[in-house]
Design a protein around this ligand. Sequence first.
Ligand SMILES: C[S@@+](CC[C@H](N)C(=O)[O-])C[C@H]1O[C@@H](n2cnc3c(N)ncnc32)[C@H](O)[C@@H]1O
Length: 214
Amino acid sequence: MSASNYGPEFWHSHWADGGGAFTAKESGRLLAAHWPKLEIPPGSEVLVPMSGKSPDMAWLAAHGFGVVGVEISPIACEAFFAEHHIAADRAAAGPFVRWQGGGVTILQGDFFDLGGKYAAALDRGGLVALPCQDRYRYAQHLRSLLEPGGVLLLVTIEYDPARRSGPPFPVFPDEVRQLFPGAVERSRHPLGRARWTAVGGADAVVWVMRVRRG
Ligand SMILES: C[S@@+](CC[C@H](N)C(=O)[O-])C[C@H]1O[C@@H](n2cnc3c(N)ncnc32)[C@H](O)[C@@H]1O
């Protein structure tokens, strides 16, 4: 359950209306630059919360990782497999519908119903999809799903909130460090697309957080 106007109903209508606007357009450059440095053993299970139909999942599977996306919209799940020409199996799995194929599993359902432990997580478009009042609960749940020693690669966006409203919502460094203690900023780069220059510019910021062992 979400306390805000940006809960499941918002996202179901977003996907029913076509969905594309908040979808990652490329995965190669960002992941090639940052993922290998995390030294996650290939074969590890990587959680992709709020996955949508992100091409990041195909990149991770192609690089030997087990991918578990979580996505509330069946339209997004279906679109991922269709766009990658993968015939997916579908089966009930507790509170989820599990879509599976080509090394990628997408659990269709509410992220807050997910349990288990993962070696790594990739959050691009997850935290920033949520308004401020929903982010603490989200971050706590995401942290609880990482194993000791597990690592999170997080991508946020920063822009002037007076010039535009979300989603994606801007999330600034103080809040990231509060939500994910120990998170370290790895890089930032300006987003060149017209929708961002029109509001005075925006930066994409890459963060890494590692969960302490023991
Ligand atoms: C901004 S989109 C990002 C998608 C993807 N990470 C990307 O970069 O392309 C956020 C996604 O979160 C999904 N979502 C929102 N609330 C959710 C929830 N409670 N559980 C699972 N997925 C959710 C939405 O349907 C949407 O596809």
